[in-house]
Write a protein that binds this ligand. Structure first.
Ligand SMILES: NC(=O)c1ccc[n+]([C@@H]2O[C@H](COP(=O)([O-])OP(=O)(O)OC[C@H]3O[C@@H](n4cnc5c(N)ncnc54)[C@H](O)[C@@H]3O)[C@@H](O)[C@H]2O)c1
Ligand SMILES: [Zn+2]
Ligand SMILES: [Zn+2]
Length: 361
């Protein structure tokens, strides 16, 4: 039996998203049908709509979600109907070369539901990040469901499914931030603020927030920023060096993902420090740096895919910190909206009015 639901679809490049009827199959072997309770609006959804990720339109958007498993297919043992889950886009395979080397957080063969969700006319949809959760129900691989404490708020913990995990992990996993570090974060949207929160949790003592928008800088303080720099008014490289004894930060996280912000991150970092790129560039962007500086400044230039997270390890741990009051996930939820308000949420994101708009169903 298939399920007919309403979902948010990007039909064509650059066009406003629309609410369409989506046909969701019953779960087959290894799959789970999930009733969505909440799904955050991430900048990556907008990248999809603008054709910045691929040309496989139409896209079924939404991927930062929490909900309840409604049904599972044959052979599924890790989750059962009724389980409260956060959806992830890293269902590890256990068999690829990364998994076999004990590094499942890099799994190169993550999987999604095998069956396709379609529009009413049979057009096959491309679910964003293999999820598609701006809808009443979606079909995923069972491994994309991570069970967490059901007492937690779906709107808050659903954000761990993408942007907030990406930011927290950029600091805690990829950047390896530790006690006493100085950290700078460029771009204080949902991802950047999560990186700030992650740096704070990990014990960083100086946390410098950089953005072009004063409102974002004010919010960044709530997550643990000790200093703020408006890079429209002040050269961020000089400012970060000034705030770190003239040397630069131990870890600089680029949560924008543009050549100019990467260059700032590169030069705002102390010798032997670490740059973490977590913002996602678009295909036409290129970067030029003096190779001698790449050598001479030493350290590590890293990219963070999904915060190098392992959902089964990180989601329950972070939900636990949230429940203990040590990680303020609620502060990321700027507003809750309905399914037909996603396009308006993109505009608010563009105008810098929100950290996360969260669709609540
Ligand atoms: N690596 C991953 O796994 C992963 C996961 C989720 C999202 N992302 C990416 O992270 C990035 C941020 O996502 P978000 O949801 O926080 O977006 P957002 O739009 O909410 O935030 C971006 C922030 O950057 C600021 N900004 C823009 N240009 C700037 C500049 N030149 N200098 C300083 N600040 C600038 C904006 O004012 C805004 O506060 C996006 O590129 C998104 O696709 C990556
Ligand atoms: Zn693998
Ligand atoms: Zn996302």
């Amino acid at each position: 039996m298939a399920h007919e639901v309403r979902g948010v679809v990007a039909l064509a490049k650059g066009q406003p998203v629309s609410l369409e009827t989506i046909i969701v199959p019953d779960p087959g072997p290894g799959e789970a049908l999930v009733k969505i309770q909440a799904c955050g609006v991430c900048h990556t959804d907008l990248h999809y709509r603008e054709g910045g990720i691929s040309d496989d339109f139409p896209f079924f958007l939404g991927h930062e979600a929490a909900g309840v498993v409604e049904a599972v297919g044959e052979g599924v043992t890790d989750v059962a109907p009724g389980d409260f889950v956060v959806l992830n886009w890293r269902a590890v395979c256990g068999a690829c070369r990364a998994c076999l080397r004990g590094r499942p957080q890099y799994c190169f063969a993550t999987h999604n539901a095998k069956q396709k969700m379609t529009l009413a006319d049979g057009t096959v949809l491309s679910p964003a990040l293999g999820i598609g959760a701006f809808a009443e129900k979606t079909l995923v691989a069972a491994g994309q469901c991570t069970k967490v404490d059901p007492a937690a708020s779906p709107a808050a913990v659903g954000l761990l499914g993408c942007g907030v995990m990406a930011g927290l992990g950029a600091a805690m996993n990829t950047g390896g931030v530790t006690r006493g570090d100085s950290v700078a974060v460029i771009g204080c949207g949902g991802v950047g603020d999560a990186a700030i929160a992650g740096a704070d949790l990990a014990g960083a003592t100086t946390i410098i927030a950089v953005d072009v928008d004063d409102r974002k800088l004010e919010w960044a303080r709530r997550f643990g920023a000790t200093h703020t720099v408006n890079s429209r008014e002040t050269d961020p490289v000089e400012a970060i060096r000034d705030l770190t004894g003239g040397f630069g930060a131990d870890v600089v996280i680029d949560a924008v993902g543009r050549p100019e912000t990467y260059r700032q991150a590169f030069y705002a970092r102390d010798l032997a420090g670490t740059v973490v790129l977590v913002g996602v560039p678009t295909p036409e962007m290129t970067l030029e740096l003096p190779l001698l500086d790449v050598f001479g400044r030493g350290g590590a230039l890293k990219s963070s895919w999904y915060g190098d997270c392992l959902p089964s390890r990180d989601f329950p741990m972070l939900v636990s910190l949230y429940r203990q009051g040590r990680l303020d996930l609620d502060a990321f939820v700027s507003e809750t909206i309905a399914l037909d308000e996603v396009e308006a949420a993109f505009d608010k994101m563009h105008r810098g009015e929100v950290l996360r708009s969260v669709v609540v169903l």
